[in-house]
Design a protein around this ligand. Structure first.
Ligand code: MN
Length: 285
């Protein structure tokens, strides 16, 4: 199943370039904020799966994908966890010390998420920002200290994540948490449709030029190990997202660019880049 968020608050089931509105399956209070219905749906996916599959088979009215405005499927996840240096070739191009095995994971602010068609806002006129395309794991069940063997039981599905990064010496959580620095989309593909998340083609483009092209099979830590490790540090909840690291080919993005990310089986989405409100980076002492 492909679960999308439409216009910020309606739940959609995507099938064959068409969308069925399934907002009636869960009722989140409006004050719960953007995407609360998706978090509830993910937490109840096991019990709702039959109903959703029936809706997919029904003859009910469907909208064309081109008629709807997709939002990020997880506009305000509880947590965005990310794995640094999980591809050897990216570590080499960055001349970085330490891989995920030495560094562990870090957090990105959940307020940094945007969706398809929105724009990355470059904060500074005098600092570089890079794009990083990554496989995103979406958690479906509360997970605390789970083993690698049982890790997939706690996964709802997968999505495409861009881990946008200010270059420099600050801690990763600072450099990667600016507003708009975590594009997520175009939807969540449930795990039953992704038999092996550890072997998917991942590609990114800037202005149509292919920049990254790798398979997730070369990740240093695979999906199960990342989930198990993250759950050994913090309890994972439905809708939490884990970005699994980026392969080689990251590059600087500029005002007016278009960045696209596509992962085999998971879809493709694009965002813009603007420096309209950029200012010289302040100096703090
Ligand atoms: Mn990254």
């Amino acid at each position: 199943m492909r679960l999308a968020l439409l216009d910020g608050d309606r739940l959609g089931l995507v099938a064959n370039e068409r969308v069925i509105d399934i907002s009636d399956l869960v009722s989140a209070p409006p004050e719960a904020g953007p995407g609360a219905a998706m978090l509830m749906l993910l937490g109840r996916l096991d019990s709702l799966q039959g109903q959703i599959e029936q809706r997919a088979k029904s003859g009910e009215a469907r909208m064309s994908l081109s008629e709807v405005k997709l939002s990020s499927p997880l506009p305000r996840p509880g947590k965005v966890i990310a794995a640094p240096m999980n591809y050897a070739a990216h570590r080499a191009e960055q001349k970085a010390s330490g891989s995920v095995a030495e560094l562990g994971v870090f957090l990105k602010a959940n307020s940094s998420v945007i969706g398809p068609g929105q724009s990355i806002v470059l904060p500074f006129t005098d600092r570089d920002v890079d794009q990083e395309g990554e496989l995103g794991i979406v958690i479906g069940q509360e997970a605390k200290r789970v083993s690698e063997e049982e890790a997939f039981d706690y996964v709802a599905g997968y999505t495409c994540v861009m881990d946008i990064t200010l270059k420099g010496q600050e801690l990763r959580s600072t450099r990667k948490s600016f507003d708009t620095f975590t594009p997520i989309g175009p939807w969540i593909t449930t795990k039953d449709e992704v038999p092996n998340p550890d072997d998917l083609q991942l590609r990114t483009w800037v202005n149509g030029e292919l920049k990254q092209d790798a398979r997730t099979s070369i990740m240093i830590w695979g999906v199960a190990k990342i989930v198990a490790f993250a759950s050994s540090v913090m309890t994972l909840y439905p809708g939490d997202v884990i970005a699994t690291g980026t392969p080689a080919g990251t590059c600087t993005i500029k005002d007016g660019d278009t960045v696209a990310c596509e992962i085999e089986n998971l879809g493709r989405f694009e965002v813009g880049v603007t420096a309209k409100d950029a200012v010289p980076a302040p100096r703090y002492e």
